[in-house]
Design a protein around this ligand. Structure first.
Ligand code: UDX
Length: 437
């Protein structure tokens, strides 16, 4: 099929490459010339395992190209809307400028029978409104809402092998002709048994925000338990193991630590609260405010614990911060809890050095005053305390003995509860985890 993907950020670049991998002819369209130039050279504008190789392979095959011109969508039959919906400046609500602009421009290039599939995360009610914009220009084109659930760091696999497809169709009509078109796009995964659920627009839009809110709630729940564990001397990691064995609860997303960040969970729960307020249903989501507050408290807790580790004074203490990305296998520093804690420590007088295998360029753009050091050993040298804040494999596998020979004082704060406390203590370290005795 001939497919256009509008918006080539995280979601769009991965989606475009994966659709080409499935055998379709794909054009990725983005207003950012720099991004299009990089993608056209087979390079993703962000770090995502597997993606560069996939881009190169598919561009060489002739099935994938990138452009800044929306007219390229004119020759396509399916159009995916993948532009960003960031948080509005100074407000909780989502900024829909990019979605509105993309759909308005695309509408001028649609032909009868075309299918537009919205993938961006939007407030409930958006699809209905966009469908009217499309109908006004091309009444014989259809809009489906087709949210995605990809995780950064696993984006290619999550797109090629999702655990479910969600199609939001007008009035939830399962026989809508656009359903068969989208089925054809996803034929490989559907024939391998991936389930697809058909529903109306608002339900499909809500699936995405509800899923992210649930994940955020799960993380904040265990972080709240970590607070209680800290007050009682209990161990939150053992608690999570034990409650996670109940299938109804599950162990995934029960890792207590410095909390969630990134370009999705924090902004999505805030936009969801804002939208519920507009709809007069704000009471239903007031708990998300608490979820957000628990999450933000973790960052302050890192600062408090570091102060304790350093004997009560941060001023002049050399702190090695391991990790800048909001999670491993990513160079994304949007709302990164690691960087936020590092910046707070610096403000309180600590001499902070941040290291990360992938995210330092992005981190330096966001926090130009924070010293960054690409070499792990150099970052650790003469440190008064080591903070593991993003659980990259190379940090999880650090050897406590050789690391000790580099630092000034053997004190470690395990912000993700991924180190073995017994091993580190045996090597002579003062070990602190979050929610662990
Ligand atoms: C998330 C959703 O998982 C994905 O389905 C959606 O499409 C986009 O948003 P992503 O932002 O890539 O994906 O990250 P995710 O893996 O969900 O992690 C989010 C944050 O939660 C990270 O900062 C991570 O470190 C943190 N986290 C995750 C925890 O603190 N504890 C956990 O147990 C799990």
């Amino acid at each position: 099929m001939r497919i256009s993907v509008i918006g080539c950020g995280y979601l769009g670049a991965v989606h475009a490459a994966c659709m080409a991998k499935l055998g379709h002819d794909v054009v990725g369209i983005d207003v950012d010339h720099g991004k299009v130039a990089r993608l056209s050279e087979g390079k993703a504008p962000f770090y995502e395992p597997e993606l560069d190789a996939l881009l190169t392979e598919l561009e060489e095959s002739g099935r994938l190209s990138f452009t800044t011109g929306m007219e390229a969508a004119g020759g396509c039959e399916v159009h995916f809307i993948c532009v960003g919906t960031p948080q509005k400046r100074g407000e909780n609500a989502a900024d829909l400028r990019f979605v509105d602009a993309a759909v308005a421009e695309l509408a001028g290039f649609l032909s009868p029978g075309d299918v537009v599939a919205g993938k961006s995360t939007v407030p409930v009610g958006t699809a209905e409104r966009l469908a009217e914009v499309i109908a006004a220009r091309q009444p014989a084109a259809a809009l489906l809402w087709n949210p995605e659930f990809l995780r950064e760091g696993h984006a290619v696999d999550d797109t090629l092998r999702p655990d479910r497809f969600v199609y939001g169709v007008p009035d939830g009509n399962e026989d809508h002709p656009a359903v068969a078109v989208l089925d054809e796009v996803y034929r490989t995964a559907l024939s391998a048994g991936t389930l697809r659920l058909i529903m109306d627009y608002p339900t499909a839009e809500l699936v995405k925000t509800a899923a992210n809110s649930f994940l955020a709630t799960k993380i904040s729940f265990i972080n709240a338990m970590a607070e209680v564990c800290e007050a009682t001397g209990a161990d939150v990691t053992r608690l999570a193991d034990a409650i996670g064995m109940d299938e109804r609860i599950g162990r995934k997303f029960l890792n207590a630590g410095i909390g969630f960040g990134g370009g999705c969970l924090p902004k999505d729960i805030r936009a969801f609260m804002a939208r519920a307020g507009e709809l007069g249903a704000d009471q239903a989501l007031t708990f998300l405010r608490e979820v957000d507050a628990i999450n933000m408290r973790r960052r302050t807790r890192v600062v408090e614990l570091t102060r304790e580790l350093c004997g009560g004074i941060l001023l002049g203490q050399r702190i090695a911060v391991l990790g800048a990305a909001f999670k491993p296998e990513s160079d994304d520093v949007r709302d990164s809890p690691a960087l936020s804690a590092a910046a707070q420590l610096q403000l309180q007088g600590a001499v902070v050095t941040v290291t990360d295998p992938q995210a330092l360029d992005n981190a330096a753009k966001r926090f130009p005053e924070l010293p960054m050091e690409p070499d792990l050993e150099t970052a650790l040298t003469r440190a008064d305390a080591v903070l593991l804040l993003t659980e990259w494999k190379l940090y999880r596998e650090l050897d406590p003995y050789s690391t000790k020979s580099l630092v000034s004082s053997a004190r470690v704060l395990d912000g993700r509860n991924v180190l073995d406390p017994a091993k580190w203590r045996a090597a002579g370290w003062t070990y602190r985890g979050l929610g662990r005795p």
